[in-house]
Design a protein around this ligand. Structure first.
Ligand SMILES: [Zn+2]
Length: 266
């Protein structure tokens, strides 16, 4: 049997499936910035902003990282890989046979264990997501507390004296929309695209069920995916320009897309 590690040739990149969607903030969204680097208005907890435009954005790494951690829990994957000087453990497949069955590592990628050759095809790309044009205009007209954001004040209650200490944090207000976000799935020869897309959609479902950013258990970070479209970009064998084909229709919500999953013809 030929294993991927035994192949000398690189596996051919056949196509990319591009899922695009708007991300709607159903509650205020807080993706924090390092406080030392971006201090706006002396807030305790500023949100991350694009250094050029000054507008809040959603880092692709936040979307990808959160989906990955939720999927690892959903599939009960081993958490044996220590990062951040041993303070954090995550899942990383360390054996080729394990990787071949893993729903997460082939999509999200892993660091190279022991310089093995089978690891290297991270199939999912998630670019950063910026404010949708219409949403940017709406927020600009609303004259929010800070440009495009609100300042939320919460109270920490002393359990003995009932004294309240307030803390402030910055959020992108509920109703704001980012996008279109793109989730790009590369397909190499032999890949099961149907399975990979299903895992991506599962990750998106988990993200809608949970939250993005911080303070999720206190109400922030509920998001939903809207106006979702799929396009297949095929790279012809032997060279030539890509061929683009829409897949399915546009789906108002993630639920509409998952209900139509079997009709996509994958
Ligand atoms: Zn894995």
């Amino acid at each position: 049997m030929t294993t991927p590690a035994a192949q000398d040739r690189a596996r051919r990149l056949e196509s990319a499936l591009v899922l695009s969607a708007l991300i709607r903030c159903d509650t205020g969204l807080r993706i924090g910035a390092a406080e030392s680097t971006i201090a706006i208005g002396g807030l305790d907890h500023p949100v991350i902003r694009d250094p050029v435009s000054g507008e809040p954005y959603i880092p692709g790494s936040s979307l990808k990282g959160k989906m990955r951690s939720l999927l690892e829990r959903r599939y009960e994957l081993s958490q044996t890989w220590a990062i951040a000087r041993g303070r954090v453990h995550v899942h990383v497949c360390e054996e080729e046979h394990e990787y071949a069955e893993c729903p997460v590592c082939p999509l999200f990628g892993i660091a190279a264990p022991q310089r093995a050759r089978w690891f290297c095809l991270a199939r999912l790309r998630v670019p950063d997501v910026f404010l949708e044009d219409a949403s940017r205009r709406e927020l600009a007209e609303k004259s929010t507390d800070l440009p495009y954001t609100e300042v939320k004040t919460e109270a920490a209650i002393d359990r003995l004296t009932s004294a309240a200490v307030s803390r402030t944090m910055e959020r992108v207000p509920a109703g704001a929309r980012f996008g279109p976000a793109q989730f790009i799935l590369f397909q190499y020869a032999g890949d099961d695209l149907r399975r990979n897309l299903q895992v991506l959609l599962e990750g998106m479902e988990l993200l809608e069920a949970d939250y993005l950013g911080s303070s999720g258990s206190r109400g922030s970070g509920r998001i939903s995916f809207r106006d979702i479209g799929l396009e297949r970009v095929s790279f012809p064998a032997g060279g030539g320009l890509a061929e683009r084909t829409p897949l399915g229709e546009r789906y108002p919500t993630l639920r509409d897309l998952t209900a139509a999953f079997d009709s996509l013809g994958l």
